[in-house]
Write a protein that binds this ligand. Structure first.
Ligand SMILES: [Zn+2]
Length: 328
């Protein structure tokens, strides 16, 4: 293995697979991206945010790996910490970008042409019971994110179940919607490696939210994906946040029971009188100071309400002005 500079968080986590831990501007967490080397070329899974510090770390890592050229960039999903630097690394004369096709239509409204989505989110917040002042602030918070994302067009749009050569490995695309509609994990049966993105994290429960850019029933999607990933019985899970781990079955059981408990809690909060998603989220999590947390709480609460409605345990009514939930 080539010499690795001590200040570069680059580690060989499996044969020919190198994990680089990148900073996330505005947050104290780190995102893990993975290089796969093959001679003088390298492939990359996820790419961090579009910040000078992050891009410099990627360039230095490529240098240390003796791979001047990036051949493929695969992204697990288009959230800023996974896709942000895509436009600096992929595109004309640069790497080929691979992403799931359900992520493709999310990019433009989210990071390029924001006005329509800001308006759509504002309406979504209002019909779900968010007071107007807060809805204005929350719908506008989307604008800040577009600054750390430089989009690139996909050279390959994935459906799921493809095999992709990454360095000396051949990985199968596992479509795992829920956290994002086109989230993918990469799995290699031979080595037992599962690159899990945000789908299975060792410490956090990834945000599963119902919102204008989600799938219509993201919680059921997510739970089904968890069970499929557990059934693969990977030897080692390499997550996008936190440290690699084994025993995916235990982690999946913990995540599944976390959501089962939350579904029960929410069911108790929904009474015979109709409530908005915002009321349910406030009852469950209490008033939050942080606006971003408030929006996540609403989205997460709505994902659970929607799953309960799909299962026939809660009744959902809609008009142009309001979405309401009550016991069946
Ligand atoms: Zn994410």
């Amino acid at each position: 293995m080539p010499d690795v500079a001590t200040d570069l968080a680059l580690t060989e986590v499996a044969a020919g697979v190198f994990e680089l831990r990148l900073p996330i501007p505005f947050e104290d967490g780190l995102v893990n991206v993975f290089f796969f080397t093959d001679g003088r070329e390298a492939d990359l899974l996820d790419c961090g945010m579009n910040s000078e510090e992050s891009l410099e770390a990627i360039r230095r890592a490529l240098d240390h790996l003796g791979a001047p050229r990036l051949r493929r960039l695969v992204v697990t999903h288009i959230h800023p910490d996974h896709y942000g630097a895509a436009g600096a690394l992929a595109g004309d004369g640069l790497a080929d970008l691979y992403m799931h096709r359900l992520e493709v239509p999310l990019v433009h409204p989210r990071y390029v042409e924001l006005e329509h989505l800001v308006e759509q989110v504002r309406t979504y917040l209002l019909v779900n019971g968010v007071p107007e002042e807060e809805a204005d602030v929350l719908s506008n918070s989307q604008r800040a994110l577009s600054q750390v994302v430089k989009p690139a067009d996909a050279a390959v749009q994935l459906d799921g179940a493809e095999h992709i050569a990454m360095g000396q490995h051949v990985l199968r695309v596992e479509w795992t919607p829920g956290h994002s509609p086109g989230h993918v994990c990469l799995h290699e049966a031979r080595s037992g490696l599962l690159f899990a993105g945000d789908h299975v994290l060792p410490e956090l429960s990834p945000n599963i939210g119902l919102h204008p850019q989600s799938t219509p029933d993201p919680l059921h999607d997510y739970l089904q994906g968890l069970k499929r990933m557990a059934a693969l019985e990977p030897a080692l899970v390499l997550p996008a946040h936190g440290r690699p781990f084994s025993e995916v079955g235990l982690r999946v059981d913990a995540l599944v029971s976390h959501h089962a408990r939350r579904l029960d809690q929410i069911l108790e909060l929904v009474g015979d009188e109709e409530k908005s998603g915002w009321q349910v989220a406030l009852d469950l999590w209490g008033p939050r100071e942080n606006l971003y947390e408030k929006r996540l709480a609403l989205q997460e609460g709505l994902a659970h309400l929607q799953a309960l409605a799909v299962d026939g345990r809660v009744a959902k009514t809609v008009t142009p002005d309001a979405v309401r939930w009550r016991l069946t």
